[in-house]
Design a protein around this ligand. Structure first.
Ligand code: ADP
Length: 282
């Protein structure tokens, strides 16, 4: 019950409580409370919330459009550069065309990551669940990194039981693994080692990617999964990095009902592990 007095411009509410009298009878105690100030604050808060929601939507829409607009010219850049590579070129020119394609793809990858995180934030991402084989995903990932591993003279080892199957989104789990392996290679000097292990447990499966790289200082460990977080020293800062790879990993693992964490010994290496829940509710 609420009552607004237009004459006094005040709002009241009424509370009724039973009151036992000395003779045993019960009467009703009615209290009128002035809630004008509370109502005013509530109204202000509601308005502020609505304005924030509107601004947030504007920001999301703007970012979505901006990312799309930034990404669209990259396809023709890659297309024309590829066409150019079909013509007769000197080795130097071919090298230049190759670099145009390479860097355009890197920009495209970062914009795609930003777009993906924007989609996750607006709840647009759903899992495309299917029965997937973890060893198959591990093998495909390792294969895709063979040229880079060779270039950096790094060895990769896998310890993955043959039959680990789980219900999951293949594309997303592949992206999780690609991001972790790509970091392991990127932050490990030439000649280092990368190791992928998987283990099936009762409730979930656990996959780890370990490296013998530069490691991560303890104070940075809790923050590396945050968006745009990078460990900024001359040794750790890599060109073309933006600090989004691990944020995507975290979000995709979360969507699968799992968790992700990292341990590290600076100067010796890091280990990133994630779990994927076997129980599917979605
Ligand atoms: P980036 O695109 O910068 O690699 P990530 O989100 O993938 O972004 O990683 C965030 C930061 O965490 C990196 O900038 C790097 O400092 C640190 N990092 C991630 N993986 C490793 C690793 N395997 N070894 C050492 N540092 C790492």
């Amino acid at each position: 019950w609420e009552w607004h007095s237009h004459r006094m411009n005040k709002t009241y509410n009424r509370i009724e409580t039973p009151l036992r009298n000395v003779d045993g009878t019960v009467s009703k105690l009615t209290i009128f409370r002035d809630i004008t100030e509370r109502k005013r604050i509530e109204d202000e808060l509601r308005e502020a919330c609505e304005t924030l929601k509107e601004l947030d939507n504007l920001k999301k829409n703007f970012l979505n459009t901006a990312y799309h607009e930034l990404r669209s010219p990259l396809a023709p850049i890659v297309g024309y550069a590829s066409l150019l590579s079909l013509s007769e070129l000197t080795d130097k020119q071919r090298d230049h065309v190759h670099n145009i394609v390479k860097y355009a793809r890197k920009v495209e990858e970062q914009i795609t990551r930003m777009l993906e995180l924007a989609r996750i934030d607006s709840g647009e991402i759903a899992l495309a669940l299917e029965e997937i084989s973890i060893p198959e995903i591990v093998n495909e990932t390792v294969k895709s990194f063979e040229p880079l591993l060779k270039e950096k003279e790094q060895a990769i080892m896998t310890h993955v039981p043959e039959a680990i199957e789980i219900q999951g989104d293949k594309q997303k789990i592949t992206t999780i693994l690609i991001n972790l392996v790509s970091n392991a290679i990127k932050y490990t000097p030439t000649g280092g080692r990368v190791e992928i292990t998987a283990e099936e447990r009762e409730e979930d499966i656990q996959v780890c990617v370990a490296d013998t790289g530069i490691g991560i200082a303890r104070e940075h460990l809790p923050k590396i999964f945050e968006r745009f977080y990078m460990v900024n020293t001359s040794l750790t800062r890599k060109p073309e990095s933006l600090g989004l790879g691990l944020s995507i990993v975290k979000e995709y693992v979360k969507l699968h009902g799992g968790r992700v964490w990292a341990t590290s010994a600076p100067g010796k290496g890091s280990k990133f592990c994630f779990t994927l829940s076997k129980r599917r509710t979605k």
